[in-house]
Each structure stands twice: as structure tokens, then as C-alpha cells.
Design a protein. Structure first.
Length: 807
């Protein structure tokens, strides 16, 4: 397909049409009459992919010709979602495709709904990686994303009688028309074995080996400027079937190697913010890291000959510590394979690698039992020791005391000895960045304070962002239409141009048009939620949304307890002019996280009781949306009025959900945590609802003997709500179901739910008053849209490129 830009839209549609029919026949193997909707979907993607490939090859050629530096983004997670709308919209072919498909009686959305949601990630960290890939291509930066092609990504969540049930997600069951198998890009990955001294150096002789081979997905940037590659590794046995065993009748044993390889890429560990700590996880981390590093070094040596110039041509960004073993792997390849001296290799490594930290919770920092690490990666263990003695020597030279030395060490010597991956990443990188201003400051004063003292120039901040293509243009076309009429289309190319809306914030006509779009989005969501859950909701009610992973620090419990308090008050005073609300919850819990799963059950128990109580007269509805994922987020966020960002201050590194909501005109109710602080600074204090303790106050409460029982006894609403939940009002079938969960708040309340309750409850009543002033609400919504263009991942990637990568 040539898609000459000089063609008119009509003739381009005709060209696409002819191409789809050709693909349907010759690559899908169906004629138009026999083709099922799924065949049409496949043909549509393949036809579009053909147009993308031409740009892809151009981009690759350009990068080789220019010989410039490439960015390599290593991430164990890429939470991609669907790609059809994204690729169409970025290629500027949406309208033409709609026209072409209409000729065959299809509308684009029907086909879009056939695309599985690629959920190769847990939450924010994985979605960030996907937004970054799109922004890298949009900014015309040559980049590869490297990760694992999980055969089953994030589990599918079903809600059975209010409980979360995890089912395998079979996103590849119909094949994946986006990807290309690159069997020729294959590397051997070793595990175990021993290190042999060869006299002139050492050699690692692994006990086991698997093959990693690449599966590539093109990533199209905005306006099809550049197409980069997302390279995900899959695994194969070197010897897929042991014929000797097979012929001897051991048919299962003959396939054991293949099964072992398969296990590496079978599942994504469904834990968020907590390390999985299992051997298979360490194997996954090394598998994809080693394949990626081998690929990067092979490419470099092939084109630039000298491995010592790697830092000039490659910037490797580690998304959290999951690929931190890269530091040791680069060192191994430079020293053992390419014959560099240790000091020179260390210099090359550090100038190439940069590390992004995503969490401060000490218990969430990855570390591996030393015996496990040594058994699986004996050569890397030696290298870690060598790096460590070098780092500790530097630390001693500056006069650091034993406590500081112990904190800096790559080996945790308390109790069972462990390898600290964050310390390895910190020492092996030239840049260590946090993901929001508060988070970066806390990095310096808490977990990394001693490393920061030793290497004071490494820590820097790069506040997260989201791609405005997916999170505004594609998910909210109605709003985009209104914004284009108001300020012209320049914001499509530069989200920060949205600031021009500020001048129109009090324009009643604009406010009304935006409100009409919001209402249409709410009507569509109401219809969808009716189908998914059976609950009927009123599109004129205030849609109050908390969608994100279920975690105690994110405090869905605070929201639920407040919901119960509101429910009590509506029943006691039905005569008051309550603002009708719909409380929407969604999110997955790690399968082993007991309290998180119980919180899901509580949301569903409260929903059942509240939604069937005629005495609230429809003033309050509660909906738990099953199987929250990127596709659902794209439906829900454009329909939200209120965005719940209520984590315990100091615990949410950044958050990115908060940015998506504000960009779509929702007001935030939130704590001074993560990027909420920077959102507040940009939209202004009057256009956000802030409540609760600050990070400093949280620290103070926790260190000066916080007494939650006293707090609860001092708040009638809180006490009533907690006691109602604890005594089984919402769980008459099992009155004790929530006794321990509520008892935890009375006894310790680590997440300070009780401490923030009154402030939150009052803030919610403040939201009601704002809602009653619709012109004021609309002006605030406009000021949110106007001022959060800065949270575009284009801005974030621009900062990485300038400050960290030098591209
Ligand atoms: C944006 C996003 C997240 C991150 O949400 P937070 O509110 O920042 O935790 C998680 N999951 C999905 C599907 C997302 O789109």
C-alpha cells in the first residue's frame, strides 16, 4: 500500500479497501463472503501494519545512516492495551479506515472490540513503559523497548459473589497480527553451572541453557513520524524434543526442556509494589535482561566495532530494579567476552546505564537470597562482589561510618544475606531518577540517603507523564472536537498548548459544550456498566471514580468507609438536598494479598446493600467494575467527574491515573502525595480538593505514637461506619467477615485511614457544594484540562533525553 500523502481522503480509503480485501484473501485465506468478523479484524490490522512497515523501515534506515545514539528501555512490564485505534490515529488514517470498513457493513468500533487488551503489566509502572514507547516514537527518538512476551499476561478478574476470581488471560489465542517473529535474533541464556579459570580470564560454563528469540511489535509515533520497535523475548529449548527419550517411550520426559523454557515466559507475576521473591522471577529477570544486553552489544559491535564506545551510542534505562542484573551482565560481557579490563568496563557500564526508582517502601525493594543468586548466576555473583568492594572502598575513603557502609553495601548482611538490587542499580548507573518531585526528595532522605551522600549527583527527578494521544485524543474524541473549536488544533502536537484554554475558563458556552460531551460519555459508560454489572446508574449523578490496583496504601478502604458514612447520613436525613453520586471502583488485587481481596469483597457487599435499599432513593449507587484494564480505563476516565487520588501521603511515588483524569476534565480529590502535588501547583488550589496529612505529618504520626482508637472514638461518623462494617451490616451471611479488617484500623492503622477520615469526609461535602454550582464546576474542569498538558509523557521523555540520555 503506497498511501501517497498527495491522495485525497476518498482515494486513500479506496486504496485501503482494496488492500484489506487483498489481505483477507491472500494472507487470512478467506473471501469476503466466508470471512467472519474476526477475519476482518485480522485483515484490517495486517493492512494497517503494511502501511506502518514502510515507515518502520524508513525509521530504521535513518537511524543506521545517522549512526546516532539509541535509547533502550528495559522493563519487565508493558501494559499496552489495544493498538488498532492508536496506530490508526497516529497514522492519520482513522477516517479512511472507517469509510473503507463501512463499505463492507462494519463499523470500526465493532472490530476494535475484537482486539484483546495486551496486559503485560500490573499497573502504573507497566503503563508508564507503554506511554514512554509511544512518546519516544512521537519525538522521533530511535528507541527499543525490551521485555518479555508473556503468553498469559495479567490475569482476568471475574467477580463471583463479590469475590475476586483469577482466570488466565489468553490474549494470544487468536494469534497476534501486530507482531513479527524474529527467529534469527536469538541468544543463549545460561543458568547455574560454574566459573572456570582459563588462565587469561574466566569463563562461565552454565549448567542449563535456553534460547531467547525476539518477537517485534512496531510502535507508531504521532503523525507516523517514526516507528520504533518493542522487542519482547520468548523462550525455546535448544533441543525442543529429546528424540532419544521419545523413542525410548518417555514421551513426556522428551519434552521437559521445552516445558522448562516455556515456564520462563508463561506468566507475569501479578504482584504490584511487592517483590515476588521466587526463583522463577529471578530467572525471568535474567532471561530478558541478558537477551536484551546481548542484542544491544551485538548491534553496537556490528556497526561501531569498538565496544568501548557503547556509552556514545546506547542509553540503557532500567525501569525499576527488575532489570538491575543488567549492570553485572554488561560487566560480564565486557570483561569475559570482549576482554576489557575491570576498571574500563565499569566506566563503560556506568556511562551507559540509568535507573528509575518506583518505590520507597523498604520492604518493597527487591533483594535476592545470596545462595539463590550465587547458584543461578555464579559469575554475576563474583562481579557483584567485585563491584561491592570497589564501592565500599570509595565509601571508606570519604570517612563513612560502619552504619553508612552497611547501608551502601550491595549485600544486606542482616540475618540471611541478600543481594540488594536497588543498590546494584544505583551504583551501576550514572543517573538515578524518581518519578515525582516529592518522591525524588524522599529518595534522598530515606532509602538512598547514604548512597546519595556518596554519589550526590546521581539522583534527579523526572515527573511521570501519560501520552495525550491515547489518554485524550483517542479515548475522548468528543472533547477533542470541542477543544479544537475553542483553541485550534495546535494542542494535538503539543499538549502544553492547552494552556490557551485558561482564557476561556469562564466562557459559559464552552463550559456547556464540554459538559455535553461529559454527559454523552457518562451515558455511554452507564450503558456499558449496566451490561457488565447489571447496575443501573443515573448519568446526571456525580460520577466519583477510584480505579487502580487494590492496595492498602491507595486506601480504597478510606473511600468505602466514607461511602458507608454517606449512606448512613442519607438514610437519617433523606430530606436534605443530597447530591446524587455514583461511586465507581475498579482494580485487581494480587492473588496472595488477603486484605486487598477482602476490600474487593467489601466494595461488592456495600454495593449490593446500598443499591437495593429503596430508602436512599437512587441518591447513592456503588459499582465495582470487574477486570479493570487499559481498555476499561479508556471508557471510564472520559466519563468521570471526580478522580479519587487518596493514598497515604509519601506512599504513592507518582501516580499516573491522576493525570489522565485531570486531562479529561475531572476534578481531583486527593492527598498531597506523588504527582498530586504538582497537579495542584499547575491547576491551582481552587481547582482541586486537597485533604489529609502531609508526608511529613504522616512520618510524625507514625513515630510519635499514633492512637487510632482515640481518633475513631472522637469521630461519630467514622465510628458508626467502622462499627457497622465490623458488625456485619453489609455481610449478614458472615457477620465476622470484616471484623479483623476493621480491628486492624482500631489497633494499628498503618495507612492512617482513621487519621484522615474527618478531613476526607468534610472534603467530600465540599465537593457536593461545588457540584451544586455547575458553572463553577465547569470552569474548574476547564482549568484542569488547560493546565495538565505538562503531564504529557512527551515532556517527560524530553527531559530524559536531555538530562539522562544525551539524545
Ligand atoms: C494508568 C493506569 C494505572 C495506574 O493508575 P494509578 O492510579 O496511577 O495507580 C493502572 N492501571 C491501568 C490500566 C492504567 O491505565
Amino acid at each position: 500500500m503506497s498511501l501517497d500523502p498527495a491522495l485525497t481522503s476518498g482515494s486513500r480509503a479506496a486504496e485501503i479497501d482494496a488492500h484489506i480485501i487483498d489481505v483477507l484473501r491472500h494472507r487470512v485465506g478467506k473471501d469476503e463472503r466466508a470471512a467472519k468478523p474476526h477475519d476482518w479484524f485480522t485483515a484490517t490490522v495486517l493492512a494497517l501494519r503494511d502501511a506502518v512497515i514502510d515507515r518502520w523501515m524508513e525509521s530504521t534506515r535513518k537511524t543506521y545512516d545517522e549512526g546516532g545514539k539509541r535509547v533502550y528501555y528495559l522493563s519487565l512490564e508493558f501494559l499496552i492495551g489495544r493498538l488498532l485505534r492508536d496506530a490508526l490515529s497516529n497514522m492519520g488514517l482513522t477516517r479512511e479506515m472507517e469509510k473503507a470498513l463501512a463499505a463492507h457493513g462494519f463499523d470500526l468500533t465493532t472490530l476494535e472490540d475484537l482486539e484483546p487488551d495486551a496486559a503485560l503489566g500490573n499497573g502504573g509502572l507497566g503503563r508508564l513503559a507503554a506511554c514512554f514507547m509511544e512518546s519516544l516514537a512521537s519525538l522521533d527518538i530511535p528507541a527499543y523497548g525490551y521485555g518479555i512476551r508473556y503468553k498469559n499476561g495479567m490475569f482476568r478478574q471475574r467477580i463471583d459473589d463479590g469475590w475476586q476470581v483469577e482466570l488466565p488471560e489468553t490474549w494470544l489465542s487468536h494469534g497476534n497480527p501486530w507482531e513479527f517473529d524474529r527467529r534469527e535474533s536469538a541468544y543463549r541464556i545460561g543458568f547455574g553451572g560454574e566459573v572456570v579459570d582459563r588462565g587469561d580470564g574466566v569463563e562461565w560454563v552454565p549448567a542449563e541453557q535456553v534460547e531467547a528469540y525476539a518477537v517485534d511489535t512496531p510502535v507508531v509515533g504521532w503523525r507516523g513520524k517514526r516507528v520504533n520497535t518493542l522487542r519482547l523475548w520468548t523462550a525455546a529449548a535448544l533441543d525442543p524434543i529429546r528424540l532419544d527419550a521419545f523413542n525410548a517411550g518417555d514421551h513426556v520426559g522428551a519434552l521437559v526442556e521445552e516445558a522448562r523454557a516455556d515456564a520462563l515466559v508463561r506468566v507475569l507475576y501479578p504482584a504490584d509494589s511487592t517483590p515476588a521473591g521466587q526463583e522463577l522471577r529471578l530467572r525471568q529477570e535474567y532471561f530478558f535482561t541478558s537477551a536484551s544486553i546481548q542484542d544491544i552489544i551485538r548491534r553496537h559491535v556490528q556497526y561501531h566495532c569498538d565496544v568501548r564506545t557503547l556509552p556514545d551510542k546506547a542509553a540503557i534505562q532500567l525501569n525499576d530494579t527488575h532489570p538491575a542484573v543488567a549492570v553485572a551482565e554488561i560487566m560480564r560481557l565486557l570483561v569475559d567476552v570482549h576482554g576489557l579490563e575491570f576498571n574500563e568496563a565499569w566506566d563503560v557500564t556506568r556511562r551507559t546505564v540509568a535507573y528509575t526508582n518506583h518505590t520507597l517502601l523498604p520492604e518493597a525493594l527487591e533483594s535476592w537470597p545470596l545462595p539463590l543468586f550465587e547458584r543461578l548466576l555464579p559469575r554475576h555473583m563474583q562481579i557483584v562482589y567485585a563491584i561491592n568492594s570497589r564501592v565500599l572502598r570509595e565509601a571508606r575513603k570519604t570517612g563513612m561510618d560502619d552504619r553508612a557502609i552497611a547501608a551502601i553495601s550491595l549485600i544486606d548482611e542482616h540475618g540471611e544475606r541478600r543481594v540488594r538490587m536497588a543498590n546494584l542499580a544505583f551504583c551501576g548507573a550514572h543517573s538515578v531518577n524518581g518519578v515525582a518531585a516529592l518522591h525524588t526528595e524522599l529518595m534522598k532522605t530515606t532509602v538512598f540517603s547514604d548512597l546519595h551522600a556518596l554519589y550526590p549527583h546521581k539522583i534527579n527527578n523526572k515527573t511521570n507523564g501519560v501520552t495525550p494521544r491515547r489518554w485524550l485524543q483517542q479515548c475522548n474524541p468528543g472533547l477533542v472536537g470541542v477543544l479544537k473549536d475553542a483553541i485550534g488544533p495546535a494542542f494535538l502536537d503539543d499538549a502544553e498548548k492547552l494552556v490557551e484554554l485558561n482564557a476561556l475558563a469562564d466562557d459559559a458556552a464552552l463550559g456547556e459544550r464540554i459538559a455535553e460531551v461529559k454527559r454523552a460519555n457518562k451515558v455511554a459508560l452507564a450503558r456499558h456498566l449496566k451490561e457488565l454489572t447489571g447496575v443501573r446508574i443515573d448519568p446526571d449523578a456525580l460520577f466519583d471514580v477510584q480505579i487502580k490496583r487494590i492496595h492498602e496504601y491507595k486506601r480504597q478502604l478510606l473511600n468505602l468507609i466514607e461511602t458507608v458514612a454517606l449512606y448512613d447520613q442519607i438514610r437519617s436525613h433523606p430530606e436534605r438536598d443530597w447530591v446524587p453520586r455514583v461511586k465507581i471502583f475498579g482494580g485487581k488485587a494480587a492473588p496472595s494479598y488477603h486484605n486487598a481481596k477482602l476490600i474487593i469483597k467489601l466494595a461488592n457487599d456495600i454495593a449490593r446493600r446500598v443499591n437495593s435499599d429503596p430508602s436512599v432513593g437512587g441518591l447513592l449507587k456503588v459499582v465495582f467494575v470487574p477486570n479493570y484494564n487499559v481498555t476499561l480505563a479508556e471508557r471510564i476516565i472520559p466519563a468521570a467527574d471526580l478522580s479519587e487520588q487518596i493514598s497515604t501521603a509519601g506512599m504513592e511515588a507518582s501516580g499516573t491515573g491522576n493525570m489522565k483524569f485531570a486531562l479529561n476534565g475531572a476534578l481531583t480529590i486527593g492527598t498531597l502525595d506523588g504527582a498530586n502535588i504538582e497537579i495542584k501547583d499547575r491547576v491551582g488550589d481552587d481547582n482541586i480538593v486537597i485533604f489529609g496529612l502531609t508526608a511529613d505529618e504522616v512520618l510524625e504520626q507514625r513515630t510519635t505514637g499514633y492512637n487510632p482508637r482515640k481518633v475513631i472514638e472522637g469521630s461519630k461518623e467514622l465510628q458508626q461506619a467502622i462499627n457497622a462494617i465490623a458488625s456485619g451490616v453489609f455481610s449478614p451471611d458472615d457477620p465476622n467477615r470484616y471484623a479483623a479488617l476493621m480491628g486492624g484500623i482500631y489497633d494499628s492503622d498503618w495507612f492512617l485511614v482513621a487519621a484522615d477520615f474527618d478531613s476526607y469526609h468534610a472534603a467530600q461535602r465540599g465537593v457536593d457544594r461545588r457540584w451544586e454550582d455547575q458553572p463553577g464546576w465547569r470552569a474548574s474542569a476547564i482549568r484542569n484540562i488547560a493546565n495538565v498538558g505538562w503531564f504529557s509523557s512527551d515532556r517527560t521523555i524530553g527531559e530524559y533525553a536531555r538530562d539522562i540520555w544525551g539524545v
